[in-house]
Design a protein around this ligand. Structure first.
Ligand SMILES: Nc1nc2c(c(=O)[nH]1)N[C@H]1C(S)=C(S)[C@@H](COP(=O)(O)O)O[C@H]1N2
Ligand SMILES: [Mo]
Length: 433
């Protein structure tokens, strides 16, 4: 694995990608890209009078800084958010595929990466225990032969996706919109396995365990160990996966076995899965309680201290959209008057009902075409076009609405200390001419 600390080197070899990466990330402009900002702000702003007071132009919402890029076998150039643990975001324009290829999938680790050779599929065991009448201790072969195989496209989104939009800044990886994937997963339904174990009536929650060592190396501490209500575990789309996109799961994404809990924070989708325990009370593992994956039930003062005691665990992720054919900061030729747009939208347990785009700071909105998901919990394709009145600086705002009528809000809502659930309207700056 080699990391690249400076965009300058990348600019020399691949200016387009460097530009895209530089603009795709807040706090990421450097060198040549700074010139682009200057140009953008010197340009005419045809809809400038529509701009809400106090709003920072999207092009300015970035400041000079470093964008380290992950260089890793089997991965495109992802944006490196952290090396220890390894965390990397997918640039929004690389989320254009209906099924996210393995090399474009974001990476979120909380601990160390288990040794590839420790994950021997022949000796791997998966245990289901706790509040059950017949605890199970299964090989991968047992799992595959005893339970029906299912294949589905499932979104997996980090609970902190969009965190960079919070003001004031919250702690944690400063994701833009790229902590989302929509892979095709094959595995067995968790509910079939739970039923085979004969759950007791007292079984109301799950606890998940994986093989990745804690960052410190301490063997009595879990890197992450989250859990959920049994109702979510019994949903037909919650699966124990053995394959991703028709292949064995890549090592970095949980080989040889992982949980996939679509629509809820990605942290529930335990990688390198070794054990699920059923519990009478909510699980108390690493990443549970306090302010972890929990949201204020009543709003708190942004920036204030809070121990999260009255917060509630995050369940369904909120509605969100990505724009995947036009990078933030794209410069289009003079006289471009029509711009084709496309992307994806999703809404946790729910579905997206509409996607609208505005190029005049939200004064008018244009409905895009939106495809139904191929199966529940897959993201959906949206596409359309917008007209521009002249050359100049524009912002493409994209906003999805879910089937309950909830829209992406203008700013990241419900500020919380660890920055979860930031699904603000997407904004991409473009310069025509
Ligand atoms: N064992 C284990 N599972 C894990 C994690 C982890 O650190 N260890 N991270 C979780 C988090 S926070 C997310 S968002 C997803 C990310 O999955 P990916 O790295 O395959 O994209 O995995 C989840 N499962
Ligand atoms: Mo996450």
């Amino acid at each position: 694995m080699k990391t690249e600390r400076s965009l300058v080197e990348l600019f020399a070899s691949d200016p387009e990608r460097a530009e895209a990466l530089a603009w795709g990330r807040r706090g990421a402009l450097k060198g040549v890209s700074l010139a682009a900002v200057g140009m953008a702000l010197g340009a005419a702003m045809p809809f400038g009078t529509r701009m809400p007071g106090g709003l920072l132009p999207a092009a300015l919402a970035q400041s000079a800084g470093d964008t380290p890029i992950l260089r890793m076998d089997g991965k495109v150039a992802l944006i490196l958010l952290g090396e220890r643990p390894l965390v990397a975001e997918t640039p929004e324009i690389m989320l254009d595929d209906d099924v996210t290829p393995a090399d474009k999938m974001f990476i979120r680790n909380n601990g160390q990466i288990p040794d590839r050779f420790a994950a021997d599929p022949k000796t791997w065991r998966f245990r289901l225990d706790g509040e059950v009448n017949n605890p199970l201790d299964l090989s991968l072969g047992d799992l595959e032969s005893r339970f029906e195989a299912v294949t589905m496209r499932l979104q997996m989104e980090c609970g902190g996706n969009g965190r960079a939009a919070f003001v004031p800044e919250t702690r944690g990886n400063q994701w833009n919109n790229g902590a989302i994937s929509n892979c095709e997963w094959t595995g067995v339904r968790l509910r079939d396995v739970i039923r085979a174990a004969g759950p007791k009536e007292s079984a109301r929650f799950t606890g998940h365990f994986g093989a990745d060592p804690h960052l410190s190396g301490a063997t009595d501490r879990a890197a992450i160990s989250r859990g959920m209500p049994v109702a979510k575990a019994m949903e037909e789309h919650t699966i124990i996966a053995t394959r991703m996109n028709g292949q064995p799961i890549p090592q970095i994404h949980g080989y040889p076995l992982r949980l996939v809990v679509p629509g809820w924070p990605g942290s529930l989708s335990q990688k390198w899965l070794t054990r699920i325990t059923l519990l009478a009370e909510p699980h108390r593992g690493q990443g549970m309680g306090g302010t972890s994956y929990r949201l204020p039930v009543r709003p708190i003062v942004p920036g204030s201290q809070n121990d999260g005691a009255t917060f509630a665990d995050m369940t369904s992720m909120p509605v969100r959209s990505v724009l995947t054919n036009l990078a933030h900061g794209t410069r289009l030729p003079a006289n471009t008057r029509r711009v084709d747009l496309r992307g994806h939208a999703w809404a946790g347990d729910d579905e997206a009902r509409a996607v609208h785009v505005s190029v005049d700071f939200g004064a008018t909105w244009h409905e895009m075409a939106l495809s139904p998901p191929p199966n529940r919990y897959s993201w959906q394709r949206w596409a359309g076009a917008v007209e521009l009145p002249s050359d100049g600086y524009f912002e493409v705002w994209h906003r999805a609405t879910d089937t309950k009528g909830r829209m992406q809000p203008h700013v990241a809502p419900n500020w919380n200390p660890q920055g979860y659930g930031a699904n603000a309207i997407g904004r991409a700056a473009i310069l025509v001419g």
